[in-house]
Write a protein that binds this ligand. Sequence first.
Ligand code: SAH
Length: 236
Amino acid sequence: MTTSANVDPQELAKFSELAHRWWDPESEFRPLHQINPLRLDWIASLMPLAGKRVVDVGCGGGILADAMARRGADVLGIDLATKPLRVAQLHALEAGTTSVAYREIAAEALAAEQPGSFDAVTCMEMLEHVPDPASTVQACAALAKPGGWVFFSTLNRNPKSFLFAIVGAEYVLRLLPRGTHEYARFIRPSELARWCRDAGLDAAATRGLGYNPLTRRYALNADTSVNYLVACRKSA
Ligand code: SAH
């Protein structure tokens, strides 16, 4: 597979179709709005954002990209879905977020154009939507400066994650539209760890993300069995 083909048009279409509701905190994107402060604080606790050059890969409507810019980072959000990017741009204008920019470009292509240019790379809830996630991990590593940070989040693959992330989230609690996630594309932490090592990234920290359906709240914890985040550093 060539790097430029590392995209599934059906996946992009799903996100484009819903794009106009991206910034509605009660929409299909409620989970992203709810987890955003948690992941933002976690990122900032490892790497203070002020003055940092950050690229957010698979930024969608810009929920994380915008928040990192508001914490003082100079952020470039990239995605291959046109509508979410337009929504992200419009939101930045409306919210007056000046240190964020958006571009429709693949991670692999940006890595070829601007290798080793970013203090940090974030790639959240995106790897489970691409055909060749190892290629995306390679590109994220290539985008980071030596010693830079690379953050990923995705869904684990095991019977519990099938039950919670698909049956629970899409069918029972209806947190996400049906068909949002495909079980076969979920990624075990060991698989992500191998792709990171192969790309010259050293794992620095891992967190689980749990959801309590009674309180309807998310929290970071040590349980990586469903949703999890990994922070890596590129070898200096
Ligand atoms: N990272 C954002 C959005 C997650 S939704 C957040 O966590 O808030 C997943 C995003 O991945 C969508 O915006 C979708 O368009 C994007 N995406 C899917 N395949 C992609 C690809 N091959 N290249 C870039 N972005 C992709």
